[in-house]
Design a protein around this ligand. Sequence first.
Ligand code: FAD
Length: 331
Amino acid sequence: MFNDYRGVWVYIEQNDGVIEGVALELLGAGRKLADKLEVPLSGVLLGDNVKSLCSTVFEFGADKVYLIDNPVLKDYRTESYMTGVNMLCEKYKPEIFLYGATPNGKDLASAVATDLSTGLTADTTMLDVEVETRLLEASRPAFGGNIMATILCKKHRPQMATVRPKVMKALSPERGRIGTIIEETIGLREEDMRTKVLKIVKDVGKKVNLAEAHIIVAGGKGLGDEKGFQLIHELADVLGGTVGASRDVVEAGWISHDYQVGQTGETVTPKLYFAIGISGAIQHVVGMKNSEMIIAINKDENAPIFDVATYGIVGDAFDIVPKLIEQFRNS
Ligand code: FAD
């Protein structure tokens, strides 16, 4: 039925000529799908003066890059980017198309899906493909995170998904790996555009970068109140780590949403994640379960956080954490 649709595509989001990390992660995930289906993996790169980025896309696993280089594509705008991507889809017919679940990626994917009348699974955290049916299995937390739903797009092509940053793993770059650049043009001119970018104001106020942190010390409602939560700040300080929090802590106003880990916060993959006084609700766990090492401290030995922990300490945070702080300070 869809025999003319072939190949796995990844949208290579770039901002100011810098490729977003999630695009490289998706090339890693896309490579596995493409190998299973025995089809090429392609990157889709749009922008102004971005051809030099193609080599990075090849080094991270793509066989081809579909490139549209045009001054109109200097800054992201739904109209111009959607026009370019749709033209490529109609001409080259990918069977699977993945986007990072970033603000621009989500905006573009939904506009493309609407225009092409195809389905889109948003905020995916797991991807696989059934080789016989060639169906993409895109899984994401559903019903408030209580179940994982696997969503199939049976009747339309391309099968599209946005994927959360930091969930998939990028391949190690293979220096000097090359592929084919397929360059296309779009007939858009600045004067045809209905929207203009007047100014881009960068958010410099956000101090925390949880997604890039190597050590995160996260605290939950078990810390009792804002004063109790200070222990989390102290432990993070002595370890040179970043503070994280559960949603209940954010809702209680002990810390801002920038620090929230989980389904409606950040997805993190640090080398070390402390979960202190955090019960381990699925909505929290989906955001931190891929951390390299997880140390959980909880006074309830049956707390679900212990199911994902590398090491678990059953006990009162107010006994244990001050001892840890002292030990680390003196070591
Ligand atoms: P609790 O569940 O109250 O757990 C507190 C834990 O501390 C308990 O396990 C307790 O045994 C332990 N404890 C108590 N006292 C001590 C002590 N003295 N020492 C040691 N341990 C102690 N949550 C998130 O975190 N991130 C999200 O992004 C997120 N998104 C959500 C999205 C939706 C749509 C929904 C419905 C919920 C979401 N939640 C999210 C909320 C989530 O379901 C939980 O309610 C929340 O994670 C619980 O936070 P907590 O573990 O801090 O608190």
